[in-house]
Design a protein around this ligand. Structure first.
Ligand SMILES: [Fe+2]
Length: 333
């Protein structure tokens, strides 16, 4: 049973005498740093509960200056704090498996922005925690902006909140050659019958438009109740999949029904431009953007904080691990 300690002071979480903390601001997440060299795995074991409590309190924690030195210790550290890392299934982004269930963050083209999203919030199984580890820091761009989704919810018009509560979100996903992931990568098999079976089990609608083109559509709630704080959280992929965020060249080339990933209201009606603007404006003004440093370890409560990626030049290797699996449920009214 996890408990939440209500306290503003990190010292009360007993993170140890050799730790300094910096409160989160517009330019940095809440940051934890060692004041002298220490065994980070041992430290995490001793402070597991305090770290989890602090994560629920803050929503985002940056561990900086610890000697992690690569994917093995990142994996060990993640497991100690969050439990075993989850396998990445039902994929939307290209990732390479690096070590156990540690993956590269995404090999999406470096000159493109990855819009703000919460991981797997389009799926009926998701992770409450996501973490990122900086193996190679980018020199130009490549930041991972993060944003407080509770602040986002507070900023929305009541009419927007009410409409999403009532209708939920409908997702449509097309696997079309030449754009996005193909169905073999998404479902990790070459067998169409197996894919059909998996989708049927999920209760999603689907059709094979042709051999390479699979179209899947499903509905999910726009909100989820946080399992620890019991707050109703804005938790969905509406923003990421809105057609207005696509490159105009893609919109010219693909009819709307064939876009790789598209979101609308649960009844199939389009989400209005002015509604999307609310989100766009919030993210423009409220993202926390910090420069990655080698060995940085960022822990996010995936229901409290969204993340994205800025374009970059040169090398950049950010690894990711996800944990604390949850099932999407309807919030009782
Ligand atoms: Fe992501």
């Amino acid at each position: 049973m996890e408990t939440v300690i209500k306290s503003e002071s990190a010292q009360e979480y007993q993170l140890g005498k050799v730790i300094s903390t910096t409160a989160g601001s517009a330019n940095n997440p809440y940051t934890i740093q060692p004041t002298k060299s220490l065994d980070v795995v041992q430290w995490a074991k001793e402070n597991r509960e305090a770290l989890n409590n602090l994560l629920v309190q803050q929503g985002a924690l940056l561990l900086r200056g610890f000697e992690i030195n690569g994917p093995e210790k990142f994996n060990a550290l993640f497991s100690i704090i969050c439990g075993d890392a989850m396998e990445y299934k039902n994929r939307t982004s290209p990732r390479d498996q690096v070590y156990n269930n540690v993956y590269t963050s995404t090999s999406h083209p470096s000159d493109q922005t990855i819009h703000m999203h919460t991981e797997n919030s389009y799926s009926n199984a998701y992770n409450r925690i996501i973490s990122f580890y900086c193996l190679v820091a980018p020199t130009i761009g490549g930041e991972t902006p993060i944003a407080d989704e509770r602040k986002l919810l507070e900023s929305l018009r009541q009419s927007t909140v009410d409409k999403f509560r009532e209708k939920g979100v409908r997702y449509v996903r097309n696997t079309v050659p030449g754009i996005g992931l193909d169905w073999r990568t998404i479902y990790q098999t070459d067998d169409r019958d197996e894919v059909s079976k998996k989708i049927r089990e999920l209760g999603y609608d689907f059709s094979w438009v042709d051999e390479d083109h699979l179209r899947v559509a499903w509905n999910l709630p726009a909100f989820q109740r946080h399992p620890i704080t019991k707050e109703d959280m804005w938790f969905n992929h509406m923003y990421f999949g809105h057609k207005n965020l696509y490159d105009p060249a893609i919109l010219e080339f693909f009819p709307e029904e064939d876009l790789p990933f598209l979101t609308c209201y649960g009844d199939g009606s389009p989400i209005e431009d002015d509604v999307l603007e609310e989100f766009k404006n919030f993210y423009l003004e409220n993202c926390i953007v910090f420069k990655w440093q080698k060995d940085d370890f960022l822990l996010l409560d995936n229901m409290m904080y969204s993340h994205g990626r800025k374009p970059f030049e040169g090398d950049r290797t950010i690894l990711t691990a996800m944990g604390k699996p949850q099932k999407m449920t309807q919030i009782p009214s």
